[in-house]
Design a binder for this molecule. Structure first.
Ligand SMILES: C[S@@+](CC[C@H](N)C(=O)[O-])C[C@H]1O[C@@H](n2cnc3c(N)ncnc32)[C@H](O)[C@@H]1O
Length: 284
């Protein structure tokens, strides 16, 4: 992840090297405590904003559930950090749940939310709920449900992953894909949006975080959630690996190069990030 000004040079790879991949919460919290957050973009994702504004064919208005009850659509941002994208989705009309494993990140997200300028234009702002928890556990989901921040059946209409998968050890990717599938609203309703970063070749960058994520890594895991995928020590998946297109997997309905993204996702002005949008393969 790009080093930002006024932050000492420090290696995230070294920091996480000796931590159990399944229990990295305290290691993330230590970084937040030290205010070492080189991933923080200081604002919401332009690429997400443009996608939701420009692709009405894939994203129904968030304040209509299609059933006439007028309930807002729900969104989840796992590993939300300072919560910039949580606030963006709320501005766009979603009831949003921002999930963090780090208590200090959550404090920061609440501070940012409290100080954010309010703009009630368009569909009107949706509710923001920040919850503390591990994406792979269920306790936060119960808390979010009790707060009314989750849609029908404990699922979300939209899930946004940006710099979350790349923060996880590659051994967690099968569980990440299963969890995404399980949390996404069924049938044609749910949309998982991945802003794919960093997309460069893992052999160039070595181990993470950030673990490099060329597009075929998302395809390899989301097509067959939970399946073991051949992955080397840099997190690289062979480019010619062909995943099984399982009926309980997700299907990619859009893959594009965003018009604009944060400079961290560009090289020499050329956007390297990609956006993929996924839904359940099987119909309800
Ligand atoms: C690289 S940061 C990205 C933060 C945010 N998405 C952004 O764009 O600024 C990854 C975040 O995920 C959080 N995180 C890591 N593992 C998590 C887990 N298992 N459950 C929830 N949050 C997690 C970390 O605390 C950290 O704030």
């Amino acid at each position: 992840m790009a080093q930002q000004e006024n932050q000492p040079v420090r290696s995230l790879t070294e920091h996480f090297k000796h931590h159990d991949p399944a229990r990295q919460g305290s290691a993330w919290d230590a970084l937040w405590e030290d205010k070492f957050t080189p991933w923080d973009r200081g604002g919401p994702s332009w690429a997400l904003h443009d996608l939701l504004k420009e692709r009405a064919d894939l994203f129904d208005p968030p304040n209509a559930d299609g059933g006439g009850a007028g309930r807002r659509k729900t969104a989840l941002v796992p590993g939300c950090g300072s919560g910039h994208d949580v606030l963006l989705l709320s501005e766009l009309g979603y009831d949003v749940c921002g999930l963090e494993v780090s208590p200090r990140a959550l404090e920061e997200a609440k501070r940012v939310a409290a100080e954010a300028p309010r703009d009630d234009a368009g569909a009107g702002r949706g509710r923001v709920t920040f919850v503390l928890g591990d994406f792979f556990a269920d306790d936060w989901l119960r808390e979010a449900q009790a707060a009314g921040a989750v849609g029908d059946g404990g699922k979300f209409d939209l899930i946004f992953d940006y710099t979350f998968l790349c923060a996880l050890h590659p051994s967690m990717r099968p569980r990440w894909a299963e969890r995404m599938r399980d949390l996404l609203a069924p049938g044609d309703r749910g949309r998982l949006v991945c802003l794919e970063f960093p997309s460069w070749d893992p052999a160039e960058t070595g181990p993470g975080p950030a673990w490099s994520l060329p597009s075929h890594v998302y395809v390899a895991h989301l097509s067959q959630p939970g399946a073991a995928v051949p992955t080397d020590e840099n997190g690289a998946v062979p480019g010619d690996y062909v995943p099984e297109q399982r009926s309980d997997g997700l299907e990619r309905v859009l893959h594009l190069k965003p018009r604009r993204t944060h400079p961290a996702g560009a090289k020499g002005g050329d956007v390297q990030d990609r956006i993929s949008v996924w839904k359940h393969r099987a119909s309800e």
